[in-house]
Design a protein. Sequence first.
Lengths: 206, 645
Amino acid sequence: MTTAKLVHDPYNIVITGVGGQGNVMASRILSNMLVRKGYRITIGETFGASQRGGSVMSHIRVSESSVWSPQIPSGKAHLVVSLEPIEAIRVLARYGNPEVKVVSNIRPIYPSGVIAGEAVYPSDTEVRQILQKHTSRYWLIKATEEAVKMGNPILGNIIMVGATAAVGDLPISRDDFIAALSLIFSGDKREKNIEAFERGFSSLQG
Amino acid sequence: MSYLIDPVAGATYLLMGNEAIVRGALEAGVNVASGYPGTPSSEIIENLSRIARERNVYVEWSSNEKVALEVAAAASFAGLRALCAMKQNGVNVASDFLLHLVYSGTRGGIILVSCDDPGALSSVNEGESRYFARQLEMPLLEPGNFQEAKDMTKWAFELSEELKQIVMLRSVTRMSHASGNVTYGELPNTKRKAEFKFKGFILDPDEGIISSAPVEWRHKEQQNKLNRAKEIFENSPFNYYEGPEKPELLIITSSACYLYSREALDVLGLKDRVGILKLGTTWPLPPKLLTKYLAKTDKVMIVEEVIPFLEENVKVLAAEKAGEVGIKKFYGKNEGFLPMVGEMNPDLVINALTSILGITYTSVPQEYDQSAKLSAFVHAPVRDQVFCPGCPHRASFFTIRKALELEGGNGFVCGDIGCYTMAVRPTGFETLKTVHSMGSGMGLASGFGKLDQFGMEQPVLAVCGDSTFYHAVIPALINAVHNKSNATLVILDNGGTAMTGFQPHPGQDFNVLGETVPAIDMARICQAIGARVEIRNPFELNDTLQTLTELMEDKRGVKVLILSQFCALSPQRRGKKNYEMRVDETLCLGEECGCGRFCTRVFRCPGLVWNKEKGKAEIDQVICVGCGVCADVCPRGAINRKEVA
C-alpha cells in the first residue's frame, strides 16, 4: 500500500478530555482510520484510575515507517483535539508550540474544585484568548450540544473525530471512518456514529 | 469474528499491547488462561475470554493471583500451555507458590505476565516485579514494542517448554495500554490432551512427582535451567544494537524505555554519536552480548523503570568483565542522571543526554513556554479524580463520615483497593485514613480493634469492595472474629469488579465464560465467620446512617454492614435514569446554605453544579444520571426528584 506523505513525520496528535467522555474510543477510531491508510501508528493512553473524572490524554503518533514512543516529547504536538476546553489549555502547557492547531469542544465539565467553589473556571472569552495566543489555528465546536440534539451526549467524541478529519492535515475521509467503525460497532449505533462524524466534519467547514 | 483470531498470517491490525500478548498466546496455542483483574493487565484475560469458545481455551478469573497461578500451573503439569496474568502487586500475592514452582519446574509451556505500573497511573504503588525474576531465579522477558509483545509471548511458551521452567513476561502500562501495528503469524490447531503423569521415577521431570523437594537437588536443576537460558539469550533476536560502530555513549535499555531512548536521540539528532543496546531478555543477562557492547565505549547510560534493576545487573557484569571491557563510567539512576521514582518519558532521557554530553536544547521558544504554562496554571484548574455522578460510594462515604462525626469525630476508616480508594480525597470526604494492599483495611482494623488494652478508644472501621472481599478480606475478617477484635467492616458491594471493567467475581452467579455458577453469598460467609451482618442500600441515606451508628455502638465484636447498590457505570445502571432532578431556585439558599452552598461545596457530585450568575445550585442535565441522592442531601428540600417512567 502506498501512503500519502505526511506534513510531519511523525505527525503527533493529542486527544484530551475528561474521563468518561469517550477519549479512548475517539483515539482508537481515529487511529484505525489511519492504519487503514497504511500508516504506522503508536497510541499511548492512560486509563484506569485516571478514568474517573480526571484529565485523560491519548497520544497518537502517525508515521509512514516507524514505531514511536507512546509519549510525545514536550512541545511536539501538531494537533490537539480536546473534548473539553480547559483540557486543551492544560495540554498546550506541556505539548504546545507556536505552530500547533487545536480543535476543541466548547462545553465545560467543571472540575470538583470549581463545583465546590475553591477554583474558578475561565470564561468563554478567556478560553478563546488563550487558544488564540498559543496556537497557529484553533476551532471551537459545539460537540456536546450537537450530540445532545442527536439524543446522546457521548456522541460528542465522534463529532470531534469528524472535526479532526476536516482539519485537513491527515488524508482521512468518511469512508475511512465507516471502515474503522465496523471493527467496533454494528447496527443502530453505526448509523448514529456516522451521522455524528458528518456533523463534526461539517461543523469545521461551516 | 474478533480481529484477534483472524486466521490470516500477515494481516496487520492496530493492537493494544495487552491484545498483542493475547494474539501471541493464541499463536502459541495457549490452552488455559487465568488471572485476577488489575490495571494495566485486565484486558489480557478479558480478550481471551471473548474468544475462548472459538479457540478452545479455558479462561477464568480466579479469586486471587496465587490461586490463578496455581490454576495455570496445573495445566502446565498436565502438559498444556498456560498463561497467567496480573498486575505488579499480584505477583507479590502469587509469590509464595511461585517460589516453590520454580524449584519444581513445569511441563507444558507456562508464562506469568506481570503488567507493572511505573508512575502508579492506576495503582497505589509502583512496585517492581522484575526483582522476582532475579530473586526466584527464573527467566525474564520484556517486549520493547507492540510487534515484539506478540512475538515474544509466543516465544516465551517455547522457551518455557524447552527449559521446563515458568517464564516471566513483564510489561508496563505504556506497553500494555499503548497500541501499535502488529502483523499476525499463523494460528495453530493444537490438539493437546491433558494428563498428569506421576508414576515415573520420582525425580523424572516429565513423569515423576512435581515438588520442590529434595530442595538442594531441585535448586541446582533450577540454576542449570537459568544457565541454559543465558546461553539461549546470547542469540535472541529480541536483543539488538542500533547506532554507530564506536559510540560516544552506550544506552542500555528495555521495554517502553527503548522507545523513549530512540525518541530522545531523534529529537537531539544524536543517532551518529550514541548507540542503543535494546534488551528483550533482561534476566539472566547474556554475558557475551553485554561484553561485546560494553567494550565499544567507556560511557554507559541505563534507561529503565522504576528502580535500577538493569543498572545494578549491568554493573555487576561490567565489574566481572572489567579485564575485557575496561573501566566504565555509568550514567543512571544511582548517579542521579535519571530519577529513582516515577515513570520515564522522552523528556527525561533528553535531559539526561544533554547533561551527559554537554549540549543545549529547548523544545519551544521560552516566551511561548512560560506563557502557555502560566495560562494553564491560572485558567485550567486541577481536575481532581472524583467518583462518577451517581456513584454509590459517594453516598456511602457521605453516610460513613456523618456517622463518625456523630460519634465524636475520633473514629477512622481503614481503606482498601478499588475505586473507593479515592475516598482519601475530597470526593469521598477524605474519609479513609489508611490505604495499603488488597484486604489490608480489614487486617489493620483487626489490629487497631485490639488496642483498647493500651487505652485506644477510637471507633475503628474498615471498608472493602465486593471483589476485594473474596480476594483477601475473608482471612482478615476471620482473624478479627477469632481474636475478638472490636471493628466494623463496611462492604461496598457494587455488583462486580467495577474499577477494572466489571469482571465477574465469586459473589456473582455467572463467570467470565458466561456460564451460570453458584453465587457465593458474602452475607452468609460473614455470618458463618461469626460477625453480625446488616445489608442496606446506600442511596437510602437515613436508613444507612441509623444502621451504621447502631453497629458502631455495638461493642460485642465484629460487625459487617453490606452496602449494596450497582456501580453507576454497570450494565445494570448505565444509561438508565431513575429520577429527573431539578433544583427549585425559590427554595435554594445558595451561598447562605450550611456555611455556604452546602450541596456543591460538600457533596461535590459532578452532576450538581453551581450557577455563578444566579447564585444557586443547578443540575447539569448532561452529566446527572438521576440517582436521586442529592435530594436527601439538601437541607432545604430544594432538590426535587421525579421518577422517570
